[in-house]
Design a protein around this ligand. Structure first.
Ligand code: NCD
Length: 304
């Protein structure tokens, strides 16, 4: 039976623990994994721009000894001729053992999974979900904090359209003692279906527009970019794009062991001066994403 990952909740807490253990073992013993996917092919079907997600999937498969094929923009695929996602998925199933798909439409990777005969991984669908970014976030939090429990997590920026935010909230809502502080402009608050998930799990959260006033409470600060491509008009984007810019002076009252995360790409949200602060974790997060994608590919291909 093929198994796809479309939502972070498709993976149980035990499976996340297993992925983290595998990723840590890959970090410690990379040579052990260098032939694990020999003869296997990953297809990266990217209908939307990407640097990290696509290249880290590809690097992950190469580091497992496998091969990669795919496309990096809709215009270079038959989507430009009007082919459906379902037909593309059936076609690519003839060439590849596993598919990673990014698409601007919410639910497109699910349609692909329903039609593919190989596992499909959602590499970001519109403003909805981005489970493998969450895997990168989780490994980073785990390596920085040693556990997922009792953390106060501030999410800041575009919480409406930011798919990484939605997946991270879903994932972290399953741990004990977690509290969310949701920092955004009024117009970019977390959608109600994501809030419902926190309520269902009994997870406390507060919403605010003011980053500095909550800074002293945070164990994790997850900054995000305002998602220009999801706005209906450019004026709103221009008005909201620089709502939050993290500069060294704003960290004055932050905890000394705060971890600053960002899924990247960064536009203006974090001053470059923060990069040398030991609390900045966003480039570690990039590397962690590759290890977690390696672990996920092994799991879905059932490679021992
Ligand atoms: C994110 C995405 O694509 O949702 N990027 C990523 O995959 N690391 C975040 C973003 O684009 O802002």
């Amino acid at each position: 039976m093929k198994r796809s990952v479309l939502n972070i909740l498709d993976l149980s807490v035990e499976e996340l623990d297993q992925l983290i253990a595998t990723a840590n073992d890959i970090i410690a013993n990379p040579a052990k994994y260098s032939e694990k996917c020999k003869g296997k092919k990953l297809a990266t079907l990217f209908f939307e721009p990407s640097t990290r997600t696509r290249l880290s999937f590809e690097a992950a498969m190469y580091e497992l000894g496998g091969n990669v094929l795919g496309f990096s923009e809709a215009n270079s695929s038959s989507a430009a001729k009007g082919e459906s996602v379902a037909d593309t998925a059936k076609t690519v199933s003839c060439y590849a053992d596993i598919i990673a798909m990014r698409h601007p439409k919410e639910g497109a990777p699910m349609v692909a999974a329903m039609n593919a005969s190989v596992p499909v991984i959602n590499a970001g669908d519109g403003g909805h979900n981005h489970p493998t970014q969450t895997l990168a976030d989780l490994l980073t939090i785990y390596r920085e904090k040693g556990s997922f429990d009792n953390l106060t997590i501030g999410l800041c920026g575009d919480l409406k359209f930011g798919r990484t935010v939605h997946s991270l909230i879903n994932a972290m809502s399953r741990y004990t003692g977690v509290k969310f502080i949701l920092i955004s402009p009024e117009e970019l608050k977390v959608p109600s279906y994501v809030k419902q998930g926190m309520k269902d799990q009994g997870i406390p959260y507060v919403q605010t527009t003011d980053l500095e006033s909550v800074m002293p409470e945070l164990d994790i600060l997850y900054m995000t970019r305002v998602q220009r491509e999801r706005f209906f008009n450019e004026e709103d984007y221009l008005r909201l794009k620089d709502s939050y810019i993290l500069t060294p002076d704003k960290l004055k009252n932050a905890k000394s062991d705060l971890s600053i995360l960002h899924p990247l790409p960064r536009v203006n949200e974090i001053a470059v001066a923060i990069d040398s602060d030991p609390r900045a974790c966003y480039f570690k997060q990039v590397l962690n994403g590759k290890y977690m994608r390696m672990a996920l590919i092994l799991m879905l291909l059932e490679v021992q």
